[in-house]
Design a protein around this ligand. Sequence first.
Ligand code: ADP
Ligand code: MG
Length: 375
Amino acid sequence: MSNNMILPGATIGVLGGGQLGRMFVVAARTMGYKTVVLDPDKDSPAGLIADQHICSDYEDAAGLAQMAVLCDAVTTEFENVPADSLRALAKSCFVSPSAEAVEIAQNRGREKNYARQAGLETAPFKTILSADDIAAAAEITGFPAILKLSSLGYDGKGQAIVNSVDEITEKFKEFASVECVLEKMLDLKQEVSVILGRNSDGDVAVFPVAENVHVNGILHTSTVPANVSAEITEQARALAKALADSLNYVGILAVEFFITGDNRLVFNEMAPRPHNSGHYTLDATVTSQYEQQVRSLCGLPVGDARLTSAVVMVNLLGDLWPLDWTKLLAEKGLKLHLYGKEEARPGRKMGHYNVLAESVGQAKEIADNVFKIIS
Ligand code: ADP
Ligand code: MG
């Protein structure tokens, strides 16, 4: 065990005040830590419930300085936090994940290259820095292909399916000619993710593999256990761990994989933080991904990641508002989680529910039924 553990009673902070930050704050408070959130939005979901909310930009020197004074350790809840802000904080308090790991995950080309050198397979791709790179990229991917912004894309935003060199050229212009990657469009059978926690002693706990279904580029459901073979399960877990070990990663790492029609496990992307597809751990594993984030940040032993129930997580997007809560709450095995967001916009993640049941089939049936009723 680490001899520089940060123990309950200490103050820990998170950069970013979204729902992931909120659930980190809940876990930290449950364990007796004081919490600080830095987020420019005065009504941020995490800022609303933290002991202290520093309302400043992520690059603001005064805000960062205040955070450094208040906190014994700081983590992040979103990958686009400026790496230099992490570096600045790291001069005076413990920071995880490291600026270097976050920088890799911030850029699609960089993370795919990193994954490849760590032994993972990726879709054929090429980085496009200028229009001059388009023809060579198309040679590598063929068509159809997907053009993606290299950074700042999420929930399928900043992506376009393209079928010709002309279309790439057109979309690249629409994307303001900023750095992109062009990726071969794969024939996907399934999508899965693996989330793990790793502390500074290198101890790792890998959460069960989640099977993810996206609708309009946004995660809709995660189902655990995933309906995949024992080989794929073991391979996905081992590859995620290999990636974390190679990065000497500290914190929560989420890795998204594609499973192709011919059963290959292909790395898609990673996130240096808790992940939407890990919300099921709030109710169905011994330790949640948020408690694990606290544990890994504070140098505590990693908690047990064992599954305690079959579970299906369903995202609640703003499209569903106004929502008849009585229908949801009538279901006895359903656990509701809301993020405290006032305004419900289409596509905005407002909350989620986890359905626990004796079998994954049963959980799925209840989860789908409830979703039909509220849609
Ligand atoms: P985001 O950062 O928005 O999650 P992803 O790269 O994960 O972006 O893409 C979102 C979704 O689009 C994926 O979960 C998958 O369903 C689909 N997708 C992305 N890349 C490919 C690909 N190369 N082939 C087939 N489908 C893809
Ligand atoms: Mg994704």
